[in-house]
Design a protein. Structure first.
Length: 511
């Protein structure tokens, strides 16, 4: 009898082991199938993170014009968000800018046709019809021939005098401020690498090699504009909120292997009209880099969930805010490829409600004060966040940690204290989108030029990207700004001189 009992116990243990193995195999199969769907989505699916129309709330078709009065908000009923409708502007071709030069081409009747066919009376002009087309004139180049007459005394034939050349960035080269601005804008704004610019110049009859252009860019970005970059850095560190992000970069000639990852770090800060975007190259992605970039900073840092920022924020003693858009991205991936798409959709609905409230606080002709934003968030956003957090905690034990939905849930819970910072800090946005948008032109341009050849080139590129992205952030046309800056650079000596060259100062002084 005892042998039978022992045998049954052994069989029971074996059954339990087999059931556990089967369960683990099913879970592994589920993860593999999910990974397969994710890979297919990466190759063939929509890359946009926007919610499909069929999944959107009907209210999201409209933008906020005005938020509800704070006194009328009801904290106990956060589920409904009223959005006043507005009349959409009629779509159609936009009118051509009025400052574009116009050439009138008149299509008139012949003199014979200007006679009435009934009684022969000469016709009178009673009006006209007009339409506009856009003509393209290819870029033109011209040579500036600097002529300096020499003067001498006709009697003693001594004391020859000649006017000095004006100060230039490269006195003995063919480079002019406008040419330097064109090369810079083509690469760092339009993403046209130097090896593609070279044949473009050849088609215009200009033998301008990529090596020469590279040397110009390195000298300008690595030397001439450094004082201006340092000034922008000082102004950025004085702001109350700084956004940070980083992206990969390949540098062929460095202390690391050519295939190793280097990094371009990006910081963004400043109010509308005084936006600052700074790029910084570093071969490392370690925690010492944000410590260096934020040395002396005492405000609020907004980042994604990369751990290096946590240590830097703690050592610097700054407030660290998270990015809800980054958390949303995990749920969006889970919705596209996971078997728990229903759970992901619920999470996206929570975040969608928060986004609608945030849009009403920032997309306004008359901005709200930080205090007013906190009041609205406390009344409308806090209940949604509380419901979202409770839902996440309840779902966490029910999902596979390695699944897409599991990673999304655990990421959001792990980042939760930082994701809630915006609720009590009115100057802090809910996302790090500002920095991610600033870094996007670099990522797009990198697809064209692929890598930096040297460390000096990477540093120069970072500084030039900083200038053009700061211009764009403040509505300043980069080519015009760079042309004027490169004309003035040889004449700048003091901090006040460089301060006058800040993009928003030039924009304010423009006619």
């Amino acid at each position: 009898m005892a042998a039978i009992v022992a045998r049954l116990a052994t069989l029971e243990e074996q059954r339990a082991v087999l059931e556990a193995q089967a369960l683990a195999r099913d879970e592994r199969l589920k993860l593999v199938e999910e990974e397969n769907r994710w890979l297919k989505a990466q190759l063939f699916g929509r890359s946009s993170e926007k919610m499909p129309a069929e999944d959107r709330s009907p209210d999201q078709a409209w933008l906020f014009n005005e938020i509800e009065a704070i006194t009328e908000a009801t904290p106990d009923a956060p589920e409904t968000i009223t959005i006043p409708a507005y009349d959409r502007a009629k779509r159609g071709r936009k009118k051509l800018a009025a400052d574009i030069p116009r050439v009138e081409v008149v299509h008139d009747l012949s003199e014979a046709d200007k006679v009435c066919p009934v009684d022969g009376t000469k016709l009178e002009r009673i009006g006209e019809e007009s339409s506009e087309q856009l003509e393209f004139i290819p870029a033109q180049v011209r040579v500036l021939k600097h002529i300096r007459p020499k003067y001498a005394c006709p009697c003693c034939h001594s004391g020859v005098k000649i006017a000095p050349l004006p100060a230039m960035l490269f006195p003995k080269s063919i480079l002019t401020p406008s040419l330097a601005a064109h090369i810079t804008t083509a690469k760092f704004v339009d993403g046209t690498p130097l090896y593609r610019q070279e044949p473009q110049f050849e088609r215009m009859g200009i033998p301008l090699g990529r090596g020469t252009m590279a040397l110009w860019m390195i000298r300008i970005g690595g030397t001439f504009i450094v004082p201006l970059i340092n000034l922008l850095n000082e102004l950025l560190l004085a702001e109350s909120v700084i956004h940070c992000d980083e992206t990969r970069l390949q540098v062929l000639k460095s202390d690391k292997a050519p295939t190793a990852d280097h990094w371009m770090w990006v910081r963004a800060a400043g109010p509308p009209g005084r936006r600052i975007v700074l790029f910084d190259y570093d071969p490392s992605r370690g925690g010492t880099v944000p410590l260096r970039l934020l040395d002396g900073y005492r405000g609020t840092l907004v980042t994604d969930g990369y751990g290096a920022y946590d240590g830097a924020a703690e050592l610097l003693g700054v407030t660290h805010a998270g990015c809800m858009a980054h958390a949303r991205r995990y749920f969006d991936e889970a919705k596209k490829v996971g078997s728990d798409a229903g759970h992901a959709k619920v999470a996206l609905e929570f975040i969608g409600k928060l986004s609608l409230i945030e849009r009403s606080l920032w997309d306004r002709d008359q901005p709200l004060t930080p205090t007013e934003r906190v009041e609205v968030r406390q009344q409308k956003s806090v209940p949604i966040m509380q419901g979202f957090h409770a839902w996440l905690k309840a779902l966490a034990p029910k999902v596979l940690p390695e699944s897409r939905i599991g990673k999304a849930v655990h990421y959001a819970l792990g980042q939760w204290p930082k994701l809630c910072v915006f609720l009590t800090h009115g100057e802090v946005p809910m996302t790090n989108n500002r920095c991610e948008n600033a870094i996007r032109p670099f990522v797009v341009g990198r697809k064209g030029w692929l890598f930096s050849d040297t460390v000096k080139g990477a540093v120069a590129s970072a500084n030039l990207y900083s200038l053009v992205e700061t211009c764009k952030a403040n509505g300043v046309e980069p080519h015009a700004y760079l042309t004027f800056l490169f004309e003035r650079l040889p004449h700048l000596n003091t901090a006040e001189d460089y301060e006058q060259m800040l993009p928003w100062n030039l924009k304010a002084s423009a006619p």
